[in-house]
Design a protein around this ligand. Structure first.
Ligand SMILES: [Zn+2]
Ligand SMILES: [Zn+2]
Ligand SMILES: [Zn+2]
Length: 195
């Protein structure tokens, strides 16, 4: 079982909040609560493409069936059970709730900007947005996420996005392992914070 911890109890182990690996961060009560608040506000959907998070059961992900798939599944069928031309109505299939998928939609919470040394949950909720992995990658491809020295937002600092995940902190092809956290930066997002 995963141990849920408070940030206070692990604080002393890191030189700055930015050195905390994402798997440790994920298990802090502070981050979990903050992240959930953002996802709830955004109705558990990607704010760019509107997709919902795929359900996870064990190692498998399931997507919601489409309207067409539901209709197809619940169609009544006539079958010639006795082989004498008498048609019987076949029992309806159980309703489908999920379809196993190899390309699940996984939601991330993206920071629109960073403030140096600040904990990931020490931001106004407007600074964060729920996005799916694919849209998250696109955002980091197209924009350089600004890192401000403090909350006067006057001075920016240049940091290098992680070589492997381009600053998203995640790698899609590894969603089965460690929640897809980037193995190079461990979710720290910038080269400068890779320990
Ligand atoms: Zn999306
Ligand atoms: Zn991001
Ligand atoms: Zn990375």
């Amino acid at each position: 079982m995963t141990r849920i911890i408070t940030y206070k109890s692990i604080k002393a182990n890191y030189k700055s909040p930015w050195y905390i690996p994402y798997d440790v961060l994920l298990n802090t009560i502070e981050w979990r609560e903050f992240r959930q608040k953002i996802i709830d506000r955004d109705c558990s959907k990607c704010k760019v493409c509107n997709k919902e998070q795929s359900e996870k059961t064990g190692r498998d992900y399931f997507r919601k069936p489409t309207v067409q798939e539901i209709a197809e599944n619940s169609k009544e069928q006539l079958v010639d059970l006795l082989g004498d031309g008498t048609l019987f109505v076949k029992m309806k299939n159980a309703p489908i709730v999920g379809i196993k998928t190899d390309s699940p939609t996984i939601l991330h919470v993206h920071h629109k900007y960073y403030i140096l040394g600040r904990l990931p949950w020490e931001y106004k909720s407007e600074a964060l947005v729920t996005v799916c992995h694919n849209c998250h990658v696109k955002i980091h491809d197209e924009e350089m996420i600004p890192v401000f020295v403090d909350d006067s937002f006057k001075e920016k600092i240049d940091l290098t996005p992680c070589d492997r995940c381009n600053g998203t902190g995640f790698l899609e092809q590894h969603f089965h392992v460690q929640n897809g956290i980037c193995f190079r930066c461990n979710g720290r997002k910038f080269e400068e914070f890779i320990a």
